[in-house]
Design a protein around this ligand. Sequence first.
Ligand SMILES: [Zn+2]
Length: 184
Amino acid sequence: MKNTTALIIVDLNNDFMPGGALGAEGADAVLPVINELAAGDAYGLVVATQDWHPEEHVSFDQWPPHCVAGTPGAELHPHLDDANIDVIIRKGFDAHADSYSGFYNEHGETNGLAELLRARRIEAVDIVGIATDYCVKATAIDAATKAGFRTRVLLNGCRGVGLEPNHIPDAIAAMRAAGVEVVD
Ligand SMILES: [Zn+2]
């Protein structure tokens, strides 16, 4: 029987790693966890999202410039084993629209991820990556609601930013409220 669950790896760009423009503390600790998940036979498809911005991007009003297309900070971390990744979905490439979610940008335009998953007959998704309280949260909520997939977030493969102490717990609560199964 074909495996109808996909693994979605959110934004392991160098700029979100320690030392990057928007580095999350301890984020590189998820790399071996994610490599092992992606190498196993639990998934019918493995997709990585990649934050990928033009030099002038609307998100740079709120955040330091990061993940500028063609720069080393925009590349996925070299220790992410790309041999196990089937497809890379870029997001945030429109200068006037940010896209925390791997599925849809802030204007509701698709990044192509939902269509890809449907074309591959995927019914459920497991989500890991960075950051729990931003792009993982947005991707998981869109997966469960707008895109309509059975959705789990595997917290041992995620790291958050946690600018305020409540941000990560609040993100987990918001995902659960949207129907996402959050697995410790
Ligand atoms: Zn970004």
